[in-house]
Write a protein that binds this ligand. Sequence first.
Ligand SMILES: Cc1cc2nc3c(=O)[nH]c(=O)nc-3n(C[C@H](O)[C@H](O)[C@H](O)COP(=O)(O)OP(=O)(O)OC[C@H]3O[C@@H](n4cnc5c(N)ncnc54)[C@H](O)[C@@H]3O)c2cc1C
Ligand SMILES: *[C@@H]1O[C@H](CO)[C@@H](O)[C@H](O)[C@H]1NC(C)=O
Ligand SMILES: *[C@@H]1O[C@H](CO)[C@@H](O)[C@H](O)[C@H]1NC(C)=O
Ligand SMILES: *[C@@H]1O[C@H](CO)[C@@H](O)[C@H](O)[C@H]1NC(C)=O
Length: 503
Amino acid sequence: MMRSILVTLPFLSGLAVAVAFLFNWSAALDRRAPVYLQRRFVNSTELDACKAISAANVKVVYPLDLTYYSLIEHYMTTSTQQSTCVAVPASPADVSATIKIIGSKRIRYAVRGAGHASNQGFSSTPGVHISMNNFQQVNLSGDKSTVDVGPANIWDNVYQGLEGTGVAVVGGRVSGVGVGGFITGGGGYSYKTNQYGLTGDTLVSADMVLPDGTITTASASQNPDLFWAIRGGGNKFGIITNFKLKTVPQGQVYGGLRTYTADQVEAVVNATLEFSENSKDPKASLLPTFNFLLGQPGVIALAFYDDPNPPADAFRQFDAATGPHAFTNDWKQRTILDLVKSAPSDVQSGQRGVFHTVSLQKYSKGLLDLIVSESKYYGGQGILHSASLISYDVEPFLPYSQFAKDAAWPHSTNALPLNLYFAWNNPADDAFWQKAIKDSAAKITALAKSEGQNLDDKYLYPNYAAAFTPSSQIYGPNLGRLSALKKQYDPQGVTDLTTYFPF
Ligand SMILES: Cc1cc2nc3c(=O)[nH]c(=O)nc-3n(C[C@H](O)[C@H](O)[C@H](O)COP(=O)(O)OP(=O)(O)OC[C@H]3O[C@@H](n4cnc5c(N)ncnc54)[C@H](O)[C@@H]3O)c2cc1C
Ligand SMILES: *[C@@H]1O[C@H](CO)[C@@H](O)[C@H](O)[C@H]1NC(C)=O
Ligand SMILES: *[C@@H]1O[C@H](CO)[C@@H](O)[C@H](O)[C@H]1NC(C)=O
Ligand SMILES: *[C@@H]1O[C@H](CO)[C@@H](O)[C@H](O)[C@H]1NC(C)=O
């Protein structure tokens, strides 16, 4: 997804001003005060566990350490909690020692990959925070067919590690997003999904530490149940220390970011609809985000073509001669790393936030018009409720079910995800925005159904779903098997001490 503040500045003239604004905004974020030094009661049970972990020769970091905040912080501040300490394991054996102590003492804990979870508690805790920061390997196999990737990598690092090798992975689309949650949270959705499915569909195996401390590997042939469960089951089956991903060929690409101002929104709606209905080229991927920020609606359109020279008609709907006129235009030939980095999502970090989602059969004119009117409506409310961003990411993929492997998150019905993202600043507005995002998703769902869409087998993507989402809407027919497997692999209920969608 794209989070930028470049878009809706029609009152400013020119890219230079927008870029200057962007720069100042980033600088302001860097100056934000650390909030972690709030005094808090120290839980002596947890403190004892921290000491036991340290005595087992695992690195432990406490709140006064200079690195503490960087280890617990999240993209959204609402996803960050102050933990009693941070365990920073350096090997699978360290992870095993840590989880054994946590399990036997029954300590609240969380596992963080790169901290992009939108739900509080999923990778944050007041107890023992387990940071996977030491697991950032990007290790290509000799024959270049697979790559070992550590869970705390951001996708930028993975693309960077593979630069110049002629291969890449089916990975993230914007800067800063982590590997660990992307795969365990059901996905993920990539620019290459039209060609290869979700990232989880390209997973060959995962090395992991079970809730009882056992170090093992899951693949289609070894522990196949576990392999099924970790692709959507979140943090409930253990802690993954390495993902082996299938590589895909990668040369230069074409694409990047365009922004459109309020007067172009209707033309972008038309172009998006036309692309969604008529593009048949699996190398072409489009990710338009309908936004409301700084008092104006606007659109950011990310495009990707898996070749430096797309056919002339690949994105014909967006030709300025007949389609919308961009305010800024950065679609060009580049590396995939450069393209991912060109979507400066980190600019929107450091605010309170919530994600939610709708899974659609298709995007229609009525739905896109509703999305625009919802963004304006909640944008208007934003002034009273400290909002900094209202955004709706439209994800018009081609059918990808032919690549879908059976996994805990059911994704063989070509559901098209819509990601709603609201960001704000005042904690007093948390309840308002949680309700707003629920209402807005419900309204969009109702319209899709009234247009005749069958959403019964379209499950909500865990990485986009708000914490209040009933698990049945996420896992559908797989809920029973997930629950049985959790009992089998975690009979002591160790993972009940961390948070995810319940099953
Ligand atoms: C700006 C932005 C852009 C995004 N873009 C995309 C996109 O293009 N496509 C897409 O599909 N999704 C996207 N997402 C959603 C993204 O997939 C999720 O936020 C994902 O959870 C991020 O993973 P993480 O490792 O950074 O998160 P974390 O917060 O570190 O972890 C998320 C969850 O995964 C668990 N987890 C992490 N590491 C491990 C591990 N090693 N073992 C076991 N459990 C683990 C955590 O416990 C937690 O429950 C985006 C999110 C943001 C904020
Ligand atoms: C102290 O920590 C334990 C273990 O994590 C937890 O169960 C308990 O609720 C905590 N107590 C308080 C008062 O927070
Ligand atoms: C990378 O792979 C090589 C050989 O396959 C192995 O010796 C090395 O330990 C690996 N490095 C990491 C960090 O996994
Ligand atoms: C968008 O499409 C509608 C038809 O569905 C048309 O009436 C309208 O003029 C178009 N708007 C723009 C700006 O192209």
